[in-house]
Design a binder for this molecule. Structure first.
Ligand code: NAD
Length: 491
């Protein structure tokens, strides 16, 4: 199967669609010039508003890499064609990509990973999978705290609505694109609550799509399977961090990172780009492969309803590949005819606009009128009975678990009792193992019946009076009687 229209409903002739364009850093300007030339030659009806993002903006001291005026453009056009940018190391600079995804609510990252056998060398000639990555939650929320001298915490947040939306998107995407199977990947054998929620929600939403085959892999074996037999997958839906990793694995084994286009989709916005970075090592040399951004623009044209132009460009691009006109990253003496730079490759695609590939399947995206995939509303939320069962109080402390237990037992508030002490998730009291290594970060679980937040405040006061340094608390709740917190290993 060739590519991935996000939509296709009829309306013609094309009005000019306003889009925001950023040329980015490194090879960004070169591949953006190439892409815009092809879009223009193909007759794309675009009204382009250019903004500056990335290195130049970071250098002016804007830590996010994007200025307020640029947001105005994005909010107006709602469509962003973006070249890669260079994220400066350290110095408090924020990842611009993460900022844009979160600010514009781009909850789904879609990365098609297709091999172009026999024109691009790959071990997997039949590979054609799409990774749908949740884009807003998980460890990428970047909520991190150093709580003791020796321990930092990175918070993983998974929400029910976030999981529902991405699962729904994956199924709708599969349906709209004639795909047959959606595979969910997570690590619910370890993160039973967070990844368990992601998987459970996938299973639940999947019931609305009986026409689509569904399966599940634990992410580690799933990643191994992608590396070993990518052609057995169709659409994969997963959490943010896993999605980031598996999409790099998948795109690498297609043959070149320079060939991947991707899009980030939200309810009101779409951002389209190449999967690769700004490749500073080859910037300014005129040798970058512009294909990733060209294919990103094909996704954009489908999104805005210019499906016929999308197909025209995609077919011309296929034909260029078939004719053996290859940039250095995919050049192979046996398979290629001509080794070209960015400009020559761009010219070759432009010369082939209107031509059809002979070996690759001809792309037909139908007629457009796009507004992107429209998802049904979230399932109604049924309020559950939430009851407080206790609290985990984390302490910055050094010593032996039994000594800590003695102090804590003497400092229990009325109605509260010490249940367990754990250290980095392992039970160390009661009946801890002498060999368990203990850091300076202790989780002390206090429980009680018929308690409310005032008991927790009293408990904290008791600990303060005992001279203990608490660094955070996590309340323990049940929901409709079901435990809403994990047990420590060995509890
Ligand atoms: P990279 O993708 O830029 O480069 C990895 C390797 O692939 C390099 O050898 C490069 O020369 C090659 N390569 C990449 N694109 C190519 C193309 N179109 N044609 C030919 N060869 C190509 O990854 P990196 O070196 O890890 O990152 C460089 C910078 O890009 C970093 O600052 C990183 O933060 C940034 N980055 C930006 C984005 C984005 O804006 N979406 C994505 C990833 C990385």
């Amino acid at each position: 199967m060739p590519f991935y229209p996000l939509i296709s409903k009829a309306s013609k002739p094309h009005m000019k669609t306003p889009i925001t364009v950023a040329r980015g850093d490194g090879i960004g300007p070169e591949i953006m010039d190439a892409t815009l030339s092809i879009l223009q030659a193909a007759g794309a009806q675009l009204e382009i508003d250019e903004i500056e993002i990335g290195e130049a903006v970071y250098k002016k001291g804007t830590l996010t890499g994007i200025e307020d005026s640029a947001w105005d453009s994005l909010k107006r056009t709602k469509v962003f064609l973006k070249a890669p940018i260079t994220t400066p190391q350290g110095g408090g600079f924020k990842s611009l990509n993460v900022t844009i995804r979160k600010t514009l609510g781009l909850f789904a990252n879609v990365r098609p990973c297709v091999s172009y056998h026999p024109y691009v060398e790959t071990n997997f000639p039949n590979m054609d999978l799409v990774i749908v990555r949740e884009n807003e939650e998980d460890l990428y929320a970047g909520i991190e705290h150093r709580q003791t001298q020796d321990v930092v915490q990175s918070l993983k947040l998974i929400s029910r609505p976030g999981s529902e939306r991405i699962a729904r998107f994956a199924f709708e995407y599969a349906r709209a694109n004639g795909r047959k199977k959606v595979t969910c990947m997570a690590k619910d054998n370890i993160m039973k609550m967070a990844d368990g929620l992601f998987r459970k929600t996938f299973d639940e939403i999947g019931k609305d799509y009986p026409d689509i085959e569904q399966d599940f892999y634990i992410i580690d074996i799933g990643t191994a399977r992608i590396a070993d037999s990518p052609d057995s997958f169709d659409v994969i839906v997963t959490e943010n961090l896993y999605g980031d990793i598996i999409s790099d694995v998948a795109v690498e084994i297609t043959g070149s990172v320079g060939l991947g286009g991707s899009c980030n989709i939200g309810s009101n916005f779409g951002m389209f780009e190449a999967v690769h970075g700004s490749a500073p090592d080859i910037a300014g040399r005129g040798i970058a492969n512009p294909s990733g951004l060209i294919l990103g623009s094909v996704l954009m044209l489908n999104h805005i309803g210019q499906n016929d132009i999308a197909a025209k460009i995609h077919n011309a691009w296929y034909k260029t590949l078939e004719d053996g006109i290859h940039t250095g990253d995919i050049y192979n003496e046996k398979l290629s005819k001509e080794k070209v730079g960015t400009l020559e490759f761009t010219k070759a695609v432009m010369e082939r606009l209107g031509a059809k590939p002979e070996k690759f399947k001809v792309v037909d995206y139908g007629q457009g009128g796009g507004k992107g995939l429209s998802l049904p509303p979230l399932k109604p939320r049924v309020t559950q009975k939430k009851e407080l069962a206790g609290v985990d109080i984390f302490l910055d402390w050094e010593g032996k678990p039994d000594d800590l237990a003695k102090v804590l037992n003497g400092a229990c508030a009325n109605g509260m009792s010490l249940k367990i002490i754990s250290n980095r998730g392992v039970k160390v009291w009661p009946d801890g193992q002498p060999d368990t290594f203990c850091s300076d970060h202790w989780s002390c679980r206090f429980i009680g019946n018929d308690i409310d937040n005032s008991h927790i405040i009293k408990q904290l006061e008791g600990l303060k009076a005992a001279g203990l340094d608490f660094v955070k608390t996590d309340n323990l709740y049940t929901f409709n009687g079901e435990r809403g917190y994990s047990l420590a290993q060995g509890e």
